[in-house]
Design a protein around this ligand. Sequence first.
Ligand code: PMP
Length: 357
Amino acid sequence: MSRFFSKKYDGLTPYVPGEQPKKGQKFVKLNTNESPFPPSPKAVAAGIKAVNGLNLYSDPLCLKLRQTAAGVFGVGAGNVICGNGSDEVLNFAFAAFCDGLTPAVFPDVTYGFYPVFAAQNRVPFVEIPLKDDFSVDVERMAAEKGTLFIANPNAPTGVALSIETIEFLLESDPSRMVVVDEAYVDFGAESAVGLIGKYENLLVTQTFSKSRSMAGARLGLGFAQESVIADIETLRNSLNPYNVNSVTLAMGAAALEDEEYTRANCLVIGKNRERTAEFLRSRGFVVTDSKANFVFASHPEIGGAEFNMKLREKGVLVRHFGRPERIADYNRITVGSAEQMELFEKAVDAILLETLK
Ligand code: PMP
């Protein structure tokens, strides 16, 4: 740290993204929940075309993308905001809907960026422990004062809440915002976007990084009533009105229009997920009931960090979170293509053979 760094950032611990292999390193990469499939060919064609217009700024209104999203999701364009990844929309939500009197409230085991967003915006946060079965303690979340942040399905567990439970939380205190982070919703959970007309206190975020195979393009959406979107627009236009570049905007609209491609890929990932979970259970692992594009698993006889390291030695990257303590024996394994999962399974069997002699 230099002596010029403002004291207001004392103690700020940044989010640590999963490892991105360097050039020349060859790994089966199952550590950051990316899609194993390329973006839709229609999105790629739209992106290539948009490259020629990069001399001009991107559309600060993101109009075409918002209109396309409105059509696909059955809402109005005024109900949609575009972010540089859904991380940006989530960060705006922490800034817009939390303060000293309104803490952010989220489970103790959830997306690791939430505490960082809170700290970066200097707003307090409360962590509600997941129940022993890794389900969200809905009653305690409902009883807590503050803005709720709920990843549905949750990360890194993959466990999903029903839409009735989301409604219960929305109704628990209509004077507070509930932010539902649907980064993984397309792999098997029910979306709350259809509820935005009914609940003024709902913001739903989605991403193009997972089911739409565009993690590198950085694109996310927020859905809410117009007044809520207008608040976030105030922040977006006070920071960077050109937050989404024009290649990404063009690709995003085309990807949304190619729903068939996305749906087909999600089906494959869902099948591979169930196969992988079955495989791991057959080898003695405890595996959560994931509705996302990853599984969360632990083995009673191999520590989480050790398993992670051994997989890495065998050329497979998965994600290990040391904290909190009770997930230290788990690893989050992104579900990739059938070929990737076969290599993963081979590596697991080799590790079990070496370790459990
Ligand atoms: N929410 C959750 C639960 C995530 O796991 C991620 C991906 N790391 C995001 C949001 C952010 O995704 P992106 O910024 O790529 O849209």
